[in-house]
Design a protein around this ligand. Structure first.
Ligand code: FBP
Length: 331
């Protein structure tokens, strides 16, 4: 019995061909940045192979320690972290990496590497052991300290506006990679028959409105009044509630269909749960390049001055009109 249905439209560019062409069209983005995106895309395939090894991933998903933010760290978090670090080290372009799974800056080609990569190797880790979608999130910054000197934490603690590129990989029914630069946001789907990411949606525009919101409703009573009022209003407007347990999966739905994701402060997480440097900055950059918005409730995420590597913020991201309406409720 054959379910063969994959028909690749002719001339569908691969990520490699598309980024090569984009680098030629927009020389202000150094080709090294695209090499880093390419490297992350290849490493994600290695991670997916490990995860698709069924039993191994179930076992590895079960073993738990705790990371720098005090969150559960499954062995797969560490495996993913190490895999991406090793891959990025091979580029000789990256001076250092900051990662949700590492307390401090990880120095690579410290003196000659011109870029810093911020990484959430596995977003939605809790979804792994129940076979639900999860992701990898990345940001690319140019270092501040001069080449030739050891890279420093200040090179990593830059505002989101300073990102040169950002992206994510969504591991789900298909594996998709989405990246953004100041020249636009594009998505690619992994095509196993040619072992490459192929262009799916070029120049994505974030719909101004959408049919759904994503929030952990179980914390409703802990949310600030204004957030409760916004959620009640969204329900009255007939918006659907869709919460996957993986920020990347919810964000991807909203990027394509419109919608809003909220992770407000709660009693357990009075500063919010999501990490500014590893999750929020990257998705805020993509959202804004595509015409969406991202806020911590007081200001645009991309304007936030980071204080510490692992700081968390309240996070509201999605369709521009929906985020504006939420901020109106919060004002
Ligand atoms: P991890 O990066 O540790 O997975 O945390 C982020 C996250 O899993 C998001 O992907 C998701 O939206 C949220 O936390 C779920 O948190 P909660 O279970 O508290 O709703």
């Amino acid at each position: 019995m054959s379910f063969e249905s994959s028909h690749i439209p002719p001339f569908t560019p691969s990520l490699k061909a598309f980024t090569k062409d984009e680098a030629m069209r927009y020389p202000s983005i150094p080709f090294a940045v695209y090499q880093i995106i390419q490297t992350i895309s290849l490493a994600s395939q290695g991670l997916l192979e490990t995860i698709n090894k069924g039993t191994a991933s179930r076992v590895m998903a079960a073993e738990v320690t705790y990371n720098a933010s005090g969150d559960k760290q499954q062995q797969l978090d560490t495996v993913a972290h190490i895999g991406f670090v090793e891959a990025l080290a091979s580029t000789e372009q990256v001076g250092g990496i900051i990662s949700e799974e590492a307390v401090d800056l990880v120095e690579l080609d410290s003196k000659m590497g011109n870029y810093i990569v911020a990484l959430d190797p596995l977003d939605g880790t809790a979804n792994l052991s129940v076979n639900a979608p999860f992701g990898t999130i990345f940001s690319i910054y140019q270092r501040i300290s001069p080449l030739g000197n050891p890279i420093q934490t200040i090179d990593a603690l830059q505002t989101g506006h300073k990102q040169i590129a950002a992206g994510y990989i969504l591991y789900s029914t298909a594996t998709m990679l989405v990246y953004g630069t100041k020249y636009g946001v594009h998505s690619f789907t992994y095509e196993p028959t040619v072992e490459a990411f192929l262009l799916t949606n070029p120049a994505i525009q974030f719909p101004k409105e959408g049919p759904s919101y994503a929030v952990n409703d179980g914390y409703f009573n802990q949310f600030p009044k204004a957030i409760q009022q916004y959620i009640s209003h969204a329900r009255e407007q007939g918006l659907g509630s869709r919460y996957s347990g993986a920020l990347v999966a919810d964000f991807h739905r909203h990027l394509l269909q419109g919608g809003i994701y909220l992770y407000p402060p709660t009693q357990q997480k009075p500063a919010g749960k999501l990490r500014l440097m590893f999750e929020c900055n990257a998705l805020a950059f993509i959202a804004e390049q595509a015409g969406g918005l991202a806020s911590d409730g007081t200001q645009a995420v991309l304007c936030l001055e980071p204080g510490t590597l692992h700081q968390c913020i309240p996070f509201y991201i999605g369709s521009a009109n929906m985020v504006k309406q939420l901020l109106h409720f919060m004002a």
